[in-house]
Design a protein around this ligand. Structure first.
Ligand SMILES: [Zn+2]
Length: 426
């Protein structure tokens, strides 16, 4: 995970262009939606919701602007960051509703998990306390949620009991589910990411990617994702929604929710709910000094993996000369977010492919000793190289400065391995 650095001079321009475009797009979508609803004249809730969105657009310093240009800090700390801001009430209500549905489903699932432990006889007679108690609990839960549950401990079989539970779940969540589905549908139609992607002449995903000028995937640091807009064709990185639009549709066009990334990372992340399962947010977080890539020989623990390694591969001395693949690339795991990043993007698995790159660094470290680099420096500076740093960078492709890690693929791996081998640029 590498920090996204945006050119400071360009940032205001990007924000202005992005907001102007999205405002126009959203206004247009709202007006069309209102007309469509009026023509059908049956959807009262939909009408009031879209009218409410329209009003929000018209206020100075509108909510729309606050959503589209939500700053990185607020996005990083979402949803806590907006909890006490009444202008975000509709989002908070939406999230509360989502939460309520989830809680109810979890609660019912808890009861469902008890089903396999009932014996046939228990179901028939209901005489065992277990079923009676469970039914009482469910009845109480149903009443608390303004529903009902009429059965009291007598069931012919487990299937019948399960069906009742499922009916109860639908009765309790159905109204809220329909409401949330409708709001989500309207928000996705209005915060219309598809139009933004398809746009050809105006500001679009292509222009945004080009202005952001991100050349390496910030999630994996393994793929180039530079943008091309030329006479011969166009290409751009995918834009991952950090908070997925399928769950948080109001962020579908939010500038700093769009992360230029490679296809594999975008695909691997998919619909993962990053509010519930936090990962590092590349506009403000990265694998900094606290997270290190290391290359180490296999140890006894590695023998327990499925493909058991032959004994001789444990202490393969050829590793120290860059002549062996009998080693493992690891990423330190110091907190939950880093662990989630590793798992979401399969980072450790993918990085095993780069053993060849680590081996090259090891060999270069043997050949290019400090005195040899000094020799090159004395022979070629300042005619060919401006500094010793430039020579080290040429040999190892290593960037000492964390600010520059986003310019090259594998820069963090390279830096950490070079640090371990005590290769310094100074
Ligand atoms: Zn990637």
């Amino acid at each position: 995970m590498i920090l996204i650095n945006i050119n400071a001079e360009k940032i205001k321009d990007i924000e202005k262009k992005h907001y102007e475009y999205t405002k126009e797009l959203i206004c247009d979508k709202i007006n069309r939606k209102l007309k469509e609803i009026e023509d059908n004249c049956s959807d009262e809730f939909g009408k009031s919701f879209v009218e409410f969105l329209k009003e929000l657009l018209d206020t100075p310093d509108s909510l729309l602007k606050k959503i589209i240009l939500m700053d990185k800090e607020n996005l990083l700390n979402f949803p806590i960051s907006i909890e006490n801001d009444c202008s975000f009430d509709f989002i908070n209500k939406y999230l509360d509703l989502q939460c309520k549905i989830k809680k109810c489903e979890d609660e019912i699932n808890k009861y469902e998990n008890e089903i396999p432990y009932f014996r046939k006889n228990d179901m028939n007679t209901g005489r065992l306390n277990k079923i009676e108690n469970l039914c009482e609990l469910i009845q109480k839960f149903a009443l608390d949620n303004n529903s009902y549950f009429e059965k009291s401990g007598k069931y012919k079989n487990k299937g019948e009991f399960k069906k009742d539970l499922n009916d109860l779940k639908i009765r309790i969540t159905d109204k809220d589910n329909k409401k949330i589905a409708l709001v989500k549908k309207y928000l996705l139609e209005i915060f219309d990411y598809d139009s933004f992607v398809k746009e050809t002449d105006k500001w679009s995903a292509y222009f945004l990617a080009s202005y952001l000028d991100i050349n390496v995937c910030p999630y994996c640091n393994r793929s180039y994702v530079n943008t091309i807009i030329s006479k011969t064709g166009k290409a751009r990185p995918e834009l991952d929604h950090f908070y997925p639009k399928s769950i948080y549709p109001f962020f579908a066009l939010t500038l700093y929710n769009l992360i230029p990334s490679c296809h594999i990372c975008n695909f691997k992340k998919g619909q993962k709910d990053t509010v519930k399962e936090r990962i590092l947010y590349p506009y403000s977080e990265q694998f900094g000094k606290g997270v290190k890539f290391t290359a180490r020989l296999y140890n006894e623990k590695d023998l327990n993996v499925k493909n058991k390694l032959p004994e001789k591969d444990l202490h393969d001395i050829k590793f120290f000369f860059g002549n062996s693949n009998n080693f493992k690339i690891e990423i330190d795991e110091t907190n939950e977010k880093i662990k989630n990043c590793k798992e979401t993007f399969l980072l450790e698995d993918f990085y095993q492919f780069h053993k060849k790159d680590v081996r090259k660094i090891i060999k270069k470290a043997i050949v290019y000793t400090s005195s040899r680099i000094d020799e090159l420096y004395n022979n070629y500076c300042p005619d060919l190289f401006e500094s010793r740093e430039e020579i080290v960078q040429m040999i190892f492709s290593n960037y000492d400065d964390e600010e520059n890690l986003n310019t090259e693929i594998l820069s963090k791996l390279t830096k950490d391995i070079c640090d371990d081998l005590d290769i310094n640029t100074k």
